[in-house]
Design a protein around this ligand. Structure first.
Ligand code: BG6
Length: 484
């Protein structure tokens, strides 16, 4: 048997894309509540109000005018507000996960549901909601895997403190961590401090107005310190906790064996490895310090930071894997388009309808590389194919393409365990039930085993339907990955 007996098969979601109930249960607003839906070609926009009262729409990747605050326009559609409504459907959804035989379920807790301003304020109703969710999961023997922060910053912190650029946010985040660690210590064992730490940027995700590299990396330093402190705090509160990091891992291959292309790939890979190096080894790698020097800035650090990073290394590496990319110094190489990265096209790989290169072997390569580099248990906490599904008249959905994608990636994990000796803890494919796309805000970019009746404008009954992949994945779990 290749997959260990206690392998954590499950699925993954995030509050801002799944939970909804954005103004219910005394929840405070989060930055992501002010971003609209976009599409493959049209970016999602932040709506904000400037200091002199003008209402603006700004590309979610861009900087916001200084002093601008998040603004909800009653005439616009904001996908996070209802999302696919886990808030009202959690019992039904968890029972469907249980039918598939999930061993674990990855979800994130909404910071502004628990601390509406993100400061030292506690909302008991918010805590109670997650108590109910965790109890429901445990009723079926499903282990919760909790991402403490998945792309959302309480809007109050973004508007009043410029988000993570202010060091004080470290303490607010730790207060939030302490609150949930203490409250849920008998219900939750697996945690991750920040989702896809390596791609965090801008007002929408980390609350910073000025998205220049200097401000972004300063904010990210605070996030790295907060993560390390959270790991230490969690271990003090409960020695059984397993607290991991989470990286968006997109391995870069050199386009050719030309040494300059190989070096270009090394540079591209460092963009993810920098964060893993800090969180797994406990210090800033020399290549990144040199990179900051070249960029003309240095990170402002407190004397204690070096030690905090050293003492707060993680227990495991969680990572998302959807695709690989290509690096080259050739300016004429053919570009590839995708939501998360725009890089060069790999002529050997097919792409998804959203331009993401489909590369199961890249998952095996990543598993080998990360295990050899860090010697820590690995957890594939996101993987999947965003595709357009057709709901047939009889409510069936024949998602053969999804099964094919997942099957090949599971085979790659199996090979990495069996042949390469990688220590892999679990697998939680993304959007195990349809959720709103983070990149585009669309509903039609679906990943789930369970279809949710909702369209790109937020219309639909929110009814749940089992796709063909639902039954297929159930069998994969039942046979512990032996029958694909
Ligand atoms: C990861 C995120 O980047 O990829 C998820 O952690 C996201 O939040 C997922 O949904 C897939 O991306 P998208 O843009 O297709 O939703």
């Amino acid at each position: 048997m290749s997959f260990p007996k206690d392998f954590l098969w499950g699925g993954a979601t995030a509050a801002n894309q799944y939970e909804g109930g954005y103004n219910l249960g005394k929840r405070g607003l989060s930055t992501l509540d002010a971003i609209t839906a976009g599409s493959f070609k049209q970016p999602r926009m932040v709506t904000c109000k400037t200091k002199d009262g003008k209402i603006l729409s700004v590309n979610k990747e861009d900087s916001l005018p200084e002093g601008a605050v998040g603004y909800i326009d009653p005439d616009l559609y904001y996908p996070s507000h209802t999302a696919t409504d886990f808030y009202h459907h959690y019992k039904e959804d968890i029972s469907l996960f249980a039918q598939m035989g999930f061993k674990c379920f990855r979800l994130s807790v909404s910071w502004s549901r628990i601390c509406p301003k993100g400061m030292y304020d506690i909302n008991e109703e918010g805590l109670k909601f997650y108590d109910d969710v965790f109890d429901e999961l445990l009723k079926y023997g499903i282990e919760p895997v909790v991402t403490i922060n998945h792309f959302d910053t309480p809007m109050y912190l973004a508007d009043h403190l410029d988000g993570w650029s202010d060091r004080k946010v470290i303490d607010y985040y730790l207060f939030f961590c302490q609150t949930i660690f203490e409250r849920y210590k008998n219900k939750v064992k697996y945690w991750m401090t920040f989702n896809e730490i390596n791609i965090l940027r801008s007002w929408t995700q980390i609350g910073i107005h000025d998205n220049s590299p200097c401000r972004r990396y300063q904010a990210l330093h605070h996030i790295l310190v907060a993560s390390a402190k959270a790991v230490q705090l969690g271990h003090q509160i409960c020695s059984d906790f397993k607290i991991g990091m989470m990286c968006c891992y997109i391995p870069a291959y050199p386009m050719t064996c030309k040494p300059e292309d190989v070096y270009e790939a090394i540079k591209e890979n460092r963009k993810r490895e920098f964060f893993m190096d800090v969180q797994c080894k406990g210090y800033y790698p020399s290549y990144q310090i040199k990179e900051f020097e070249r960029m003309g800035f240095s990170i402002v650090m407190d004397d204690e930071d070096e030690n905090i990073l050293k003492e707060g290394t993680v227990d495991y590496i969680g990572f998302s894997y959807y695709m690989s990319t290509v690096a080259t110094i050739d300016p004429n190489a053919q570009k590839a388009e995708g939501n998360q990265i725009t890089a060069y096209k790999n002529p050997y790989l097919e792409t998804s309808e959203w331009g993401w290169a489909i590369d199961p072997m890249g998952l095996r390569i990543s598993l080998c590389k990360l295990y050899e580099r860090y010697h820590l248990p690995l957890f594939v906490v996101e993987n999947g194919l965003g595709a357009i599904d057709v709901l047939e008249k009889d409510y069936s959905i024949h998602d053969v393409y999804r099964m094919d994608y997942l099957k090949k990636h599971i085979q790659a994990m199996k090979d990495a365990i069996e042949i390469d000796g990688v220590d892999l803890m679990g697998y939680t494919p993304w959007g195990c039930i349809d959720v709103v796309s983070a990149g585009t805000g669309e509903m039609k970019k679906r990943y789930g085993f369970i279809y949710v009746d909702m369209d790109d404008q937020g219309h639909g009954t929110l009814k749940r339907f089992k796709k063909d992949s639902f039954y297929w994945y159930k069998n994969v779990i039942e046979t512990n990955g032996e029958v694909l």
